[in-house]
Design a protein around this ligand. Structure first.
Ligand SMILES: [Zn+2]
Length: 186
């Protein structure tokens, strides 16, 4: 959610500091503030910090290395290595991936009974463990190329699986997301 009054008050200062925003801002707070200001405030929190690079593949249902033509179960969002990855809702880290096609990744089971999946992370956020509760906007990892991602093709593979089953069918995340204006969407 965007607090518009606060956002308006912050636009000037953020506009002056965008060039200084780094992908590894320690607390994640500066980048996150900027990210929220340039979105519409409607829809699901965008799952990565969009600075300095954000390309939304819009490839749900596209080709998958694992499941073949039409088998891509999520959307690929490209960035640079290390851009923070966010919990899009409050929830619990219900599954941790550390190998295979996902590489490093999380499943987040949200309070609204949706499972979100995050694959190909460069690293997990320090201190997080399977079963931990996380809150919307919390950094849970960093964009990477682990698993079956193309080496150097830094991106987040993001899936949305509405409940109640933990293995519910995937839906296209793109129409649900509050995509920052800085992102290129294909
Ligand atoms: Zn993917």
């Amino acid at each position: 959610m965007v607090l518009f009054a606060a956002a308006a008050a912050l636009v000037a200062s953020v506009a002056g500091t965008v060039g200084a925003l780094g992908p590894l801002d320690e607390a994640g707070t500066v980048g996150q503030t900027a990210e929220r200001i340039i979105t519409t405030g409607e829809g699901l929190l965008f799952p990565i910090e969009p600075f300095p690079r954000c390309v939304v593949g819009n490839n749900f249902g596209g080709d998958s290395k694992t499941y073949g033509s039409g088998g891509h179960q999520g959307v690929d969002i490209a960035g640079d290595r290390g851009q923070p990855v966010y919990a899009v809702e409050d929830g619990v880290l219900s599954r941790q991936f550390d190998s295979g096609n996902p590489g490093l990744g999380w499943a987040l089971w949200s309070v609204t009974d949706v499972q979100y999946r995050y694959y190909h992370l460069d690293a997990f956020a320090p201190g997080l463990e399977l079963g931990d509760e996380v809150v919307e906007g919390q950094v849970i990892g960093y964009v990477g190329d682990t698993g079956n991602a193309t080496p150097g093709g830094w991106h987040l593979h993001f899936e949305v699986r509405p409940g109640p089953s933990p293995h519910g069918r995937t839906v296209d995340p793109v129409p649900l997301l509050d995509i920052p204006r800085i992102c290129n969407v294909y």
